[in-house]
Design a protein around this ligand. Sequence first.
Ligand code: AHR
Length: 668
Amino acid sequence: MKKTGVFLAALCLAASANAQMHQMEVNTKKLGAAVQPTMYGIFFEDINFAADGGLYGELIKNRSFEFTPDHLMGWDAFGKVEVKNDGPFDKNPYYVHLTSAGHRDMWTGLQNEGYFGIGLEKDAEYKFSVWARVPDGKPQTLWIQFVDQHTMGEHQEFSTADIKVDSKEWKKYSCTIKSSRTIDKANVRILMVDDEHHRSGTGSVDLEHISLFPADVFHGDENGMRKDLAQALADLHPGVFRFPGGCIVEGTTLEQRYQWKNSVGPVENRPTNKNRWENTFTYRYYADYFQSYGLGFYEYFRLSEEIGAEPLPVLSVGLACEFQNGSKRSDAHVPVDQLQPYIDDVLDLIEFANGDPSKNVWAKLRADMGHPAPFNLKFVAIGNEQWDEIYPENLKPFVEQVRAKYPDIKIIGTSGPDSEGKQFDYLWPEMKKIGADLVDEHFYRPEDWFLSQGNRYDNYDRKGPHVFAGEYACHGRGKKWNHFNAALLEAAFMTGMERNADVVDMATYAPLFAHIDGWQWRPDMIWYDNLRSFRSCSYYVQQLFSRNKGSNVLSLTMNGKPVAGNDDQDGLFASAVFEKESNSVIVKVVNTGDKAQSINVNLNGLSGVTSAELTTFNSPDLTGENTLDEPEKIVPKTSKVTIQSSGKNTAWAYNIPAKTFAMLKVSK
Ligand code: AHR
């Protein structure tokens, strides 16, 4: 018997020994649709204290005294402290005027609580800075202290530095402080003192934009990002980076919408805005949730570049959040004939990102901020979750003007907030009519929805806009956390996106970040407190897909059909891709069922291979999840396996355990 015959006989024997053996066929010789480089990305929104208090490195809350109505929110003031509003930064005019208490035995100063405290690491350095002046010209010493108010020891302060303010004019003063302790909820105290650190009996000083950053931020950037969180993004190898929202793009009111022009230029003069997630859920209310815009559009573009993702900004279409306002309120809806400033925001943004600094003021600003080279923006999304006729009406002039000036820029419209239904059915054809390049779909849905959607994209119109699954997550019933089963079902669903790479161009899980003490929405991909972070099970699913997305789809069938968890498929989902770079075939199989399943994946046309890498992701407890204390409780495991190769074919026979995501990577 020839070798191939022995091989096939062995497989038939294996199949007859186990009636449940599922024969899957992969054609490794015929490359299918190209997988877009944008596939599997990230979506950042300042929800759950994701920006200030999260990814953005700033540790001081309300650094510019602009929170309203209480300009001292986040600060404890003692002695004689007055809030004034004729400061040096016209868009952030508030500052504090400190006068010595007038008695040697009384302090004047301020103390900041940070975002749920300030996290400091032992021996790490922190950069403190403040804009200050001494109005009477008499030099004044500031004693900067890291303090632990809950210490059982004698001294609350544990690391300190002095700053001498010596000018009548506003000036920036800086110092570096090394922390002698690791502490997750420190405060920063600023005292007016004399040269011996005694209470200052005379004088006054004005303080504005008080800031503290870890010296060690991601990529060592000025105005940089918290390292562990940015690294978690880089480790995903994301294809696209959607920002800055979500609902915050729209705003509760038009006035509160995200205006990117307010988020660029010197950080001191970026006007603070209320965060629309401050009061969205009454059971998670944060009166002190504002946006400093310290993490603004320049920083988003820079981060996209650093993590290798295509930037994808979302801009307002002139409609405030329709969830909160409906689609009929005139004060939440800019009429078409008044849309030009909003359209200009899009056109100017394209210049800010890509323009020539010698020809355009916005491009010049980008260069002045430190990036003369273009950011190579290729996509803009206009509108977030919009619906009813007012959306296409408003979108049309944006599309016309962007197309006329920047024909290469791809425009992303939306199909509204629902995964199907009236608005979805109305908006998709409207987006096609308008000529959107992609349509942003959102689905936060329960387990059964994810299980039923394996074929979602199989019959999508191939002649219309492509799909951007811009926000999605499996919201497990009862326990809306990041438990393993939700992540497993996301993986099952994602095989359907992967099989349909000819129409699905990008997908981003949502939301991305959540502070354990300050969340409004869960599940989320990455959680953190002030010092630690952990990657959820959903993170690992995203990472497995993103880092193994391949370059071309390969057809994978079982009994001649796509493997999409259909009735006769025992809860199995599967997809296969070819990865040019490593000359590998990658097969992903998800068993969502309660029983192990025998599979035999025939890699037709692949020969001479005997070993491969198998990655499995499962959990003994379906509701298990990673936590700050056990960040790596549930992680994928990779091992070498032998596979059978004969003649022109190779086969992977595997008993995939119940509730398991398995991925085989065979390098030719
Ligand atoms: O991701 C949280 C929110 O969900 C987004 O802001 C919005 O687009 C969606 O409703």
